[in-house]
Design a protein around this ligand. Sequence first.
Ligand SMILES: Cc1cc2nc3c(=O)[nH]c(=O)nc-3n(C[C@H](O)[C@H](O)[C@H](O)COP(=O)(O)O)c2cc1C
Length: 230
Amino acid sequence: MVLDVEFAAASDASAAFYIHLHFKTILMTHPKIAQPDHPIMEVLASRWSPYVFSDRPVPVADLQAIFEAARWAASSYNEQPWRFLVATKTNQTQWEAMLSCLVDANQAWAKTAPVLAIGCTTLHFALNGKPNAMAAHDLGLASGNLSVQATARGLAVHQMAGILPDRIRSQYKLPDGTQAVTALAIGYAAEIDSLSPEARRSETTPRTRRPLTEFVFEGRWGQAAKITGP
Ligand SMILES: Cc1cc2nc3c(=O)[nH]c(=O)nc-3n(C[C@H](O)[C@H](O)[C@H](O)COP(=O)(O)O)c2cc1C
């Protein structure tokens, strides 16, 4: 089991990080590891969304841990509006039923994931029945926690907006006041050596992000905050 992940150096094109196992430390490199402009936690830098998963099954303890991490996310009024439906390949019928709830383009790659989940929200506050405008936001926080906890355990998560909400509603009998929002493919990213040339391209293309100057503003919209400067 992966206990800890720690950066070594990020001097060349593919960042390096160490995974500490029980008794040994392995230096790992992967082109998907972020090259941050400012230092961030290794577990954040090494999270990415694979399109190809290994067929290695995910231990139940790891699944428990990642949903536990989701459980402890912050939420507006502590409403905890997230709900997850989950299906693992250990129950092929249930897993195939969940795969069929994704749009075709997502089914095409998510079929390699040993675990699928659907992220749902409750739409009203339990306390007063008022609409919870933060429900999707808070599902996002929970899914973020889940993804980071998964990364810390050597797993990967690929979230999807491309789902079939009506199919999900009828298949899982979603009650009124709930909504399916996302799906999540969960598993171990396939080893680069095992990939076809085409897949190797997508699975090794470095991840990119807009710089802080384009989304941290000061004074007025669009004006880069001073803290983003050198
Ligand atoms: C809410 C959400 C919806 C997404 N929907 C899809 C999707 O339907 N299909 C897909 O292939 N990727 C989807 N993605 C994955 C993003 O494309 C991916 O996170 C983004 O390109 C950044 O890559 P990274 O996660 O590897 O850093 C989604 C991600 C999020 C957070």
